[in-house]
Design a protein around this ligand. Structure first.
Ligand SMILES: [Zn+2]
Length: 125
């Protein structure tokens, strides 16, 4: 096994995936709230000009905005989960509660390959 493998570019990719996921996950609160607020404002504006039942196109527009945000949330979630350990190809290294790969023990964000640890593969390590 090579010891001089540089993982920094792969970890940068993992950091980018995590940022995108967190943006679409946590961003749901202000964006979803903003979309719902804009819908309420639009319905009230229509009532003021005498339209009591909003056109279905307006409802579809706001639902489409929410669906687009949901699409990006789901795709970034699966893209983050698809990140595999650069050393062994196992999954689980993106787990927030773990600092090491559960399969080979590689420390997350280690700049290069490390020697295998005797506790590699243990979930409590
Ligand atoms: Zn691994």
């Amino acid at each position: 096994m090579e010891d001089d493998v540089d993982y920094r570019e792969l970890w940068a990719d993992l950091s980018r995936r995590r940022r995108h996921f967190l943006f679409f996950w946590l961003g749901w609160v202000p964006v979803g709230g903003g979309i719902m607020f804009a819908l309420v404002v639009a319905v009230h504006a229509l009532r003021k000009i005498g339209i009591s039942t909003p056109d279905a196109a307006i409802i579809v527009f706001f639902v489409a905005l929410i669906a687009v945000w949901g699409y990006f949330f789901v795709t970034t979630f699966f893209r983050l989960g698809a990140f595999l350990c650069p050393r062994c190809g196992g999954n689980g290294i993106v787990n927030l509660w773990r600092r090491h790969c559960p399969h080979c023990g590689l420390r997350r964000f280690a700049p290069s390959n490390q020697p295998l640890e005797p506790t590699a593969g243990r979930s409590d390590a």
